[in-house]
Write a protein that binds this ligand. Sequence first.
Ligand SMILES: Cc1cc2nc3c(=O)[nH]c(=O)nc-3n(C[C@H](O)[C@H](O)[C@H](O)COP(=O)(O)OP(=O)(O)OC[C@H]3O[C@@H](n4cnc5c(N)ncnc54)[C@H](O)[C@@H]3O)c2cc1C
Length: 377
Amino acid sequence: MIGAGPAGLMAAEVLVLRTRYREARPWLTPALTDFGPAALRAWALDLGITTFVGTSGRVFPQEMKAAPMLRAWLQRLRRQGVRFHMRHRWTGWGPQSELRFSAPEGLRAVRAQATVLALGGASWSRLGSDGAWVPWLRAQGVEVAELQPSNCGFDVDWSEHLRARFEGAPLKSVALEWDEGPAQTPTRRRQLGEFVVTATGMEGSLIYAASAALRERLRSVGSATCWVDLLPARTAESVLAEVTRGRGTRSLSTHLKSRLGLDGVKMGLLHELLTRQEMLDGPTLARTIKRLPIALQGPRPIDEAISSAGGVAAHAVDERLMLQRLRGVFCAGEMLDWEAPTGGYLLTACFATGRWAGEGAVRWLNLPPSDAARSLG
Ligand SMILES: Cc1cc2nc3c(=O)[nH]c(=O)nc-3n(C[C@H](O)[C@H](O)[C@H](O)COP(=O)(O)OP(=O)(O)OC[C@H]3O[C@@H](n4cnc5c(N)ncnc54)[C@H](O)[C@@H]3O)c2cc1C
């Protein structure tokens, strides 16, 4: 097992349990392959971690902390017999197909009957996932799609004024619209949420949700725009009515704040986008409040992204995630070519593929199935 992220740990657990327990339980196979929320909760509970299902349907640890779960998981893995080789950096395969590691004591070569690669993507490389494996797999004839930023921020050419005044300001309770799919026949998407204005552009969960589509649009068309509804709870008609309502001697800012609650960074963005004259034109102002266009220049660098898109191509692995070109070598987690929004979807897929690859390695090694799998399902 190379890589001790969630995918690697899950694959290790499946493998070590299958080596320890020998009783056949084929009827558990569907549960092992289907690691849904119920299975995840049972698995966590088995670790002594109670969970709850939030209003979004997502599963959270009761303590709202990941560290106790990780600690309990590592302790259990050690008890079960998983041996961790810390500060071992895999550096690819040697001429005899041996795994090569740079270890504290020097270079180590390891021959393995089965290998699960769970090396992550290339974001936050200081945590160890640096994507160095990409050329090593490609050199073995494995198709690997270019790693790209996913769940990432985007650069916007803000004015110095906006940057100075509103860097770090959150835009709460807004809606984002963006186009997905082919440029000629796009599908308009809309989502409520929040994001933050940064020195270089925009960042945050709402932007991440649109990041795959926006990144693809930038790649294919060379430009991308998203639109912000600053007042999603109000209809366009009511916004227009309030904007054009007589304001007497009150300034426009005071009027918009008192009638629509618009101030701070929301007003900053309106001033950024509209000329003084346009601000005074009721229909233009109302339209922009409901659909403020923001032109994106490009995604932030992959190292800043929450996750990576790209990776080992789907057709480069078999149904058990074993590489077609390298028999006995399995891949799991974010290094596979998929992407998903944050909010648990990434971890869920990492857990699931880690289990799947671990199961694949169990079969490859022809190990007898065990009833221990029940504690995982
Ligand atoms: C700041 C941040 C917040 C996130 N929040 C969420 C969230 O809220 N919900 C969610 O679902 N996901 C979230 N994610 C994403 C999630 O953490 C990842 O998708 C997940 O950790 C990927 O799991 P993995 O096991 O595939 O890879 P990783 O977790 O990246 O683990 C890979 C491991 O392999 C090791 N490795 C890499 N190369 C080598 C090598 N050559 N030799 C030896 N070891 C190597 C790395 O050091 C690392 O320990 C977040 C990510 C970040 C950065």
